[in-house]
Write a new protein. Structure first.
Length: 270
């Protein structure tokens, strides 16, 4: 068995064959499957799987990433369901394992992990050539961003408000930001494992004194210029740059990471 066909849960997967029926419960991976020319095999997706827009609209919806309609998945008779450790609930994955022959678990934590992700799916679904094309494109972007000297910036990347929430340094988002030497704050977190990865914060926190930029993501909470303007007027953030940032380009792994790195380079240079 090729090592490229071992998923994030350590499960080995053989070749799927020409009769594969795939349900993707991860928006960024749904987009990746289309990039691998697997259109004919994709039979189900979540309502959050919105790219590529014109092609994905023909695929049946099976609920959300954390509200999967198990009966809808079962009705599609999938041979493979693709899930993600962060995005899908463990109990949902356990239910799926009862009737889905192959559950593929993914868990990229850094942009470079996409190379293994491309090759994993390429090996399983007989798309090695397409996977290597994506690998070449991603590696070129990784080399380009590494070739430049980026001044260090301390940032807080907001993903939610009421309550305000940010990302820990062990998340994919933080790893993307580090490509341009943007270091997320705070450095350490308390609380449960989930809360520690996506912790709450408030603008009275002492560590905010070290923040250079406040980044307001377009997802999962859709921050707008109204929110940004309000924070720019907040005296606690005086002297700090507040900006909206495209969450899809920063948080989506898969094929979007290639364009995402280019976007981040332009964003950091502005």
């Amino acid at each position: 068995m090729d090592h490229a066909a071992i998923d994030a849960a350590g499960t080995e997967h053989g070749r799927a064959g020409s009769s594969a029926r795939i349900v993707s419960l991860v928006p960024s991976i749904t987009e990746l499957l289309f990039a691998l020319s697997l259109d004919a095999h994709i039979v189900g997706r979540t309502g959050f799987c919105i790219h590529p827009r014109e092609r994905v609209r023909h695929v049946r919806k099976v609920g959300g990433t954390k509200a999967v309609k198990i009966d809808a998945v079962r009705a599609l008779r999938p041979t493979h369901v693709i899930v993600n450790i962060d995005e899908n609930e463990a109990h949902t994955v356990d239910e799926l394992r009862r009737f889905v022959p192959h559950v593929i678990v993914t868990h990229p934590l850094a942009p470079r992990d996409n190379l293994a992700l491309y090759r994993l799916l390429g090996a399983i679904f007989d798309r090695e050539r397409e996977a290597e094309t994506l690998c070449t494109a991603l590696q070129a972007r990784l080399d380009a961003v590494a070739a430049r000297a980026w001044p260090e910036r301390h940032v807080v990347y907001a993903i939610w408000r009421e309550p305000w929430m940010t990302v820990a340094r062990d998340t994919y988002i933080a790893a993307m930001l580090r490509l341009v030497n943007w270091q997320t704050l705070p450095v350490t977190y308390g609380g449960s494992a989930g809360a520690a990865r996506y912790p709450g914060f408030d603008f009275d926190a002492p560590w905010l004194a070290d923040v250079d930029r406040v980044l307001l993501s377009s997802e999962p909470y859709r921050f707008t210029e109204t929110h940004a303007d309000a924070l720019r007027r907040d005296p606690r953030l005086a002297g700090k740059r507040v900006a909206l940032i495209d969450g899809e380009f920063v948080s989506w792994y898969g094929s979007r990471a290639i364009a995402g790195i280019g976007y981040l380079m332009d964003f950091a240079s502005a």
